[in-house]
Design a protein around this ligand. Structure first.
Ligand code: GLN
Length: 508
């Protein structure tokens, strides 16, 4: 079956491994070859064949012993924001070039296969680390020190960001699934731009232990894969309470596959979403929304309706304010989190300097890229004495009001739907020197991040660009707190009835 291995998703590969139709070693080698063949996408920034093969051998041993780990031998790759023992961890920054963590992030360990004499996690074999925007700041992957990732649907376009390497690798079938992180849209937007399925769970579902921090009150890990069903499998393994993260939600382990499959009261095979109320915030469908995005999202909504859902009008009146609020609070938190990269505690140290202060200044000036510096300066400014009340405090108050607006919506609906982004993937370099243009394009993903709500990106077909169907459009679904199961249920029902999520870029 080796010729078609890369076409299989997580669930199918786990079954093939379990039935011994293929070994973990064969799989790791087959995917490694594909990664080499698609090196021009620049999706991977760290590989280590020996480490990958050692993990694969361990998975094969555990399989031979009949171990019950659910994803034994399934290949995966991690966004370079998660620290790993076996690969360097850089967060896409020169600052951390060559940095090795002494431990694995909780999410990595829970998905992984462990070493001899360690308990195995879910059993996945890691193929390495995936490119991303520097410290996850960006939405095009162009801020990475290691160069931009190319979108497999059109190599002259961006894959989105910041988890651009994760989404591109899944879309090009270099891995069946990958981890991502989402602070203001970084799982949903690249998944949308690359035609993949991704979920950002409720804040607190996945441990942040070992995730290189950007904005700690927003950062959440989640999977990017080819279907909602595969995301459910991965999230069940990744999520759950962790004593090493003080903001981790203290809840029992969740079986998202069972929740995804659970039939709704009154539902039938033809109408699995019977009774589900989907709210459409009018602010998510503004007049200037690109026509091709509008058409694809509307087609997906019509399909959800056909499956039994009812569409209701709701309002999120502070949607536009999400942009300034996020771009005050996230940089404020970043300016504090990134203070540890000073050439002493962590990070690059300048080779030549006059005194201690000069060493700090030169190390940080050399180690950080332009977008990261911009955010540190904005964050420091809004937190400074004299401006704190006007910016930071004000933004915190608005953050609460935005969260309250969602609760008002959820009185009238079970899920909220809209586009992931106002347009399809842009051309590499098109963003130019205007960061504000990029910030504005985060409008539909930021509100759920500010509220800490779970949200998904689900492929909704291809938009015509220059007259030909060419680029993926993502439908965003937002749930109330801890409603990951319902989100996955709706997305899965859509994917059972349509084949938008199975579309593959030309040449893949
Ligand atoms: N695009 C947003 C930003 O640049 C979100 C990034 C993210 O979610 N990590 O901050």
């Amino acid at each position: 079956m080796s010729g078609e291995l890369h076409t299989l998703g997580v669930a199918a590969l786990a079954a093939a491994l379990r039935s011994r139709a293929v070994s973990a070693l064969e799989l790791a080698q087959a995917f490694a070859q594909r990664i080499d063949a698609y090196a021009a996408l620049n999706a991977f920034i760290a590989r280590d064949e020996a480490a990958t093969l050692a993990q694969a051998r361990r998975a094969d041993e555990l399989l031979a012993r009949g171990d019950a780990a659910p994803l034994l031998g399934v290949p995966i790759a991690h966004k370079d924001v998660f620290v790993t023992r076996d690969w360097p961890s850089t967060a896409g920054s020169k600052m951390l070039q060559g940095y090795r963590s002494p431990f694995d992030a909780t999410v990595v360990a829970r998905l992984g296969v462990g070493r001899v004499d360690e308990p195995a996690g879910a059993g996945c074999v890691s193929l390495g680390k995936l490119n991303c925007d520097e410290f996850a700041m960006g939405s095009t992957n162009e801020s990475s020190f290691f160069g931009p990732v190319r979108n497999p649907w059109d190599r002259e376009r961006v894959p989105g960001g910041s988890s651009g390497g994760s989404a591109a690798a899944v879309a090009a079938r270099l891995v069946p699934a990958a981890t991502g992180t989402d602070t203001g849209g970084s799982i949903r937007q690249p998944a949308g731009f690359c035609g993949a399925t991704g979920i950002k769970p409720t804040y607190g579902v996945c441990s942040r232990h070992g995730m290189i921090a950007f904005a700690s009150s927003f950062d959440q890990a989640g999977p990017i894969a080819r279907s909602a069903a595969d995301c459910a499998l991965l999230l069940s393994a990744m999520g759950g309470f962790d004593v090493r993260d003080a903001t981790s939600a203290e809840r029992p382990p969740q079986d998202y596959v069972a929740q995804m499959q659970a039939a709704r009261a009154g539902a039938s095979a033809a109408r699995p979403l019977q009774g589900l109320r989907i709210g459409l915030p009018r602010e998510f469908f503004p007049t200037p929304l690109a026509g091709e995005v509008q058409a694809a999202v509307r087609a997906a909504l019509a399909e959800l309706q056909r499956l039994g859902a009812t569409l209701v009008d709701v309002a999120l009146p502070r949607t536009e304010l999400a942009i300034p609020v996020y771009y005050i609070l996230a940089p404020a938190e970043a300016s504090s989190n990134l203070s540890r990269f000073d050439g002493v505690r962590y990070g690059h140290r300048a080779a030549q300097y006059d005194d201690l202060l000069d060493m700090y200044c030169k190390s940080r000036a050399e180690g950080f890229g332009i977008e990261v510096k911009r955010r540190i300066m904005i964050g420091t400014y809004v937190l400074s004495h004299g401006y704190y009340d006007a910016y930071y405090l004000q933004a915190q108050k608005l953050r609460r009001m935005i969260a309250d607006d969602f609760q008002a919506c959820f009185a009238a609906c079970d899920l909220i739907a809209g586009p992931v982004a106002p347009s399809v993937a842009g051309r590499l370099g098109a963003q130019g020197d205007d960061p504000v243009q990029a910030y504005l394009a985060d409008i539909f993903t930021l509100p759920a991040s500010l509220a800490g709500l779970p949200a998904m990106s689900v492929p909704a077909g291809l938009a015509a660009v220059d007259g030909a169907p060419a680029l993926p459009v993502g439908l965003q679904l937002i749930g109330n707190y801890f409603q990951e199961g319902l989100l996955l249920h709706a997305a899965h029902a859509l994917q059972q009835a349509t084949d938008w999520h199975t579309a593959v870029p030309t040449g893949v």
